[in-house]
Structures are given as structure tokens and as C-alpha cells.
Write a new protein. Sequence first.
Length: 238
Amino acid sequence: MAENKNISENIEEYLEVLYRNGSNGEQVSTTTLSKDLGIAPGSVTQMLKKLEDLGYIKYTPYKGAVLTHEGMKIAQKITRKHRILEKFLLDVLKVKEENVHEQACEMEHTLSDEAERALCTMLRHPDLCPDNHIIPACNFDFGSCQECFSQKDFDQIMNRKFNLLSVSELTSSTEGTVSFIRGSSELLDEITDLNIKVGSHLTYEYNDNRIGNYYLVTIDDEELNISLEMANNIFIRI
């Protein structure tokens, strides 16, 4: 069954900012956190020590913090809810664009996993929020959105035990196993036609492998150019 852990809103905000600035394992400085959160550096340092004690980050004094596996899981979850809510508020409820971010911030902490899943289905598995930032993958244990859609009973859904990043989120040379493909059956068919599937081994060489809106990746020893849309929706286990 999908889990329901109670994490304070303050902790979620910190982890969300850490994820926004360091989703691929980058170290985020105290100065960056202080600026983004509008909180004094001394207070940020105290919270970072607390987050490290909780096992959510690895903190190095005078350098910054990196999300742990558990911290990344929470950060992706709250970031996903925020960005899906932004999409819903703007596209469906027609809330003014300048008000969308603040209202999503207020709603993200109380949106249930079940409601998040329903919003995702209604919005047809969106990959980008209104600011064109990637919406992280859900943490449900499915290989595709079609598998999710076929499971009608939410209480039977299990959580994934590992974290994912889309190809387009990678900011360093990375390799991993394709573990989730998001999107419509049409997009899934296009990806399958390239012989990319759940279980494929993917390698991405950062800097050298971005050509315009295409990404050069190696899938099971075969080099392929994939579109930005595919890169947004192919997720590897990290």
C-alpha cells in the first residue's frame, strides 16, 4: 500500500529546495539555501544539522549539503505534488499565472498520494510544470503509466524502493537501468520502437551528448539519439 509518512512542512520546504538545486547529487551551499528560503544563514545551518541527524542529507560545514536516498525520496515526492498542482491550477482551474506558485506551495503539503495520482491521470501524465521544469516520476511501483492506469484499487498500490531521474535531469555522466517510462501509449510505442524498455541499461555522457533538443544515449551498447520529450519521460534508477 502507498505509504503515508508525516513530515513537517518546514522540512519538506528545505528538501524541496535542495532537490531543485541538486537533484543529481550536487552539493548545495548554505548561501543558496538561505537565499532561496529567505532565511538567515545561521538558521539554515542549524536546520541542516537537524536534517543530517534525521538521515535526510549529508552535510559538510562551509561547503553545503547533499540529499541522501531517503531525503531524495521525500524531496521528489513534494516537488512532484507542487508541480502537478501548478499544472492543474493553471490549465484546469485557470488561476492567474502569477498566483499559481504560491497557491501550489500552500496545497502541496496536504495533497494525498491518492489525489496526486488522480490529478496525474486527469492531466494525462504531464512531464513539465508551467515553468517547464520536469515533474518527477511518481513513487508508485509501476514500469509505465499504463500499468498504473490498469490498477484501479489505490490500496493495492506499492511504493517503489528506489529513486529515479529522467534523462533530461542528468547533470553529470551517469549510467543506470531504465525503470519507468511515463506518458501515453503512443509515446511508449515510439520508445519501444527504439528498443528502449524497462530493464534496458542506459549510459549518458554529460556535456558531449546533448545535440539541440536531442540526447545521445547508449542503450544496451547501441548509440541512439532520443528527443527531448523522450528524455523527459525515460527514468533511470539512481
